[in-house]
Design a protein around this ligand. Sequence first.
Ligand code: FAD
Length: 396
Amino acid sequence: MDFDPPDAVRPLLDRIERFIADVVMPAETAVMTNGFAESDATLRELRAQCKAAGMWGPQIPHELGGLGLGLVEHGLVSERLGRSPLGHYVFGAQAPDAGNIEVLHKYGTAAQKARWLEPLARGEIRSCFSMTEPENPGSNPTLLSCRAARSGDEYIVDGHKWFTSSADGAAFAIVMAVTNPDASPHSRASMIIVPTDAPGYELTRNIKIMGDAGSGWASHAEIWYRNVHVPVDNRLGPEGAGFLIAQERLGPGRIHHCMRWIGVCERVFDTMCRHITHRKIDDEKTLATRQIAQAWIAECRADIEAARLMVLHTAWTIEKKGFSVARDNVSLIKFFVANIMQQVIDRAVQLHGALGITSDTVLGFYYVHERGARIYDGPDEVHKMAVAKRILARYA
Ligand SMILES: Cc1cc2nc3c(=O)[nH]c(=O)nc-3n(C[C@H](O)[C@H](O)[C@H](O)COP(=O)(O)OP(=O)(O)OC[C@H]3O[C@@H](n4cnc5c(N)ncnc54)[C@H](O)[C@@H]3O)c2cc1C
């Protein structure tokens, strides 16, 4: 087995690393202090530089103007982008647009591609994915209340959603709504494109995450869909195929997330090592001389290495053998890496003392905004249960 990055992407990875360090990181403090929506001009400029350098859209297919990288290659890129909270956004690789691009590319009609996919892939518009509802368990999305009732050549969408990430400023939402209430649970829902300027679409608030409501792409909205009329042509794929498409969207999406989290771990690890090698705790000695700090450094390093290999192996298995063979691995990495990231961030915060919980380093942002990793795309417990059931079935 060759553990080196493929030759085809190695120069790209080096260029991305330099661009993140030299161009993106210096803009972080201003963007995170002022907010994403408020920093639109800065972010546009960073994206223009990324495009000019030929690095736009690593995971976007060639025909849509991206680099068309495979899963392992994009995993390696995603790790580098994850070293900055702005990385994925600047490169056009951010959730939920990345997943929506994939779905539109695979299931969109020619008209849907021209109207939504192409400008989305160029970064001219943004999108969101609206499935979770406050009244129902997101961990069991077959229990949706949102309805899209057929009326002639239209659907009438009625529903209440929340945690629709990046809805603030988005041009359209892909809404998961029940179209066939009498069908079996996994065939009840369809994905429907709802333009955010449609009458009856109402974004009521950006939900505060531990005190921070965010804005623009970096936000999570509560939305009411009240009697929203959209053409039947706005449906993605066949009626009742919503969960099938969602499953396809989540498979590669989990690799992207996990590799981004490894990038977060690397940034945090680097920040922690720099801090403790300089922070004096008496007249002579630094924090790095203390065994507890050394043990944490060694343990974090081992955890990050293990997590990275697990994710790359899962990406490789999906590429070589298909998603169905990698199903257990996908569940394992989802909870394993999210927990490692949380622990690495927590230890870095602890070793920074009071500074760790301020916004003067990147740690505070990660501490607040990466906690959700153990909840979205399937909470830890659901993945553990699913994988354990499949393992135990082989023994029963
Ligand atoms: C940062 C963030 C971004 C998000 N972005 C989006 C988005 O863009 N679009 C969207 O539609 N949704 C989004 N979500 C919502 C996310 O998908 C849901 O929060 C998730 O599916 C869990 O659903 P829930 O919050 O309703 O929790 P519930 O389903 O109520 O579950 C609560 C808790 O119960 C436990 N639990 C649940 N089921 C089981 C079980 N079977 N066995 C044991 N324990 C269990 C778990 O600990 C779980 O965390 C986002 C969430 C977060 C945190």
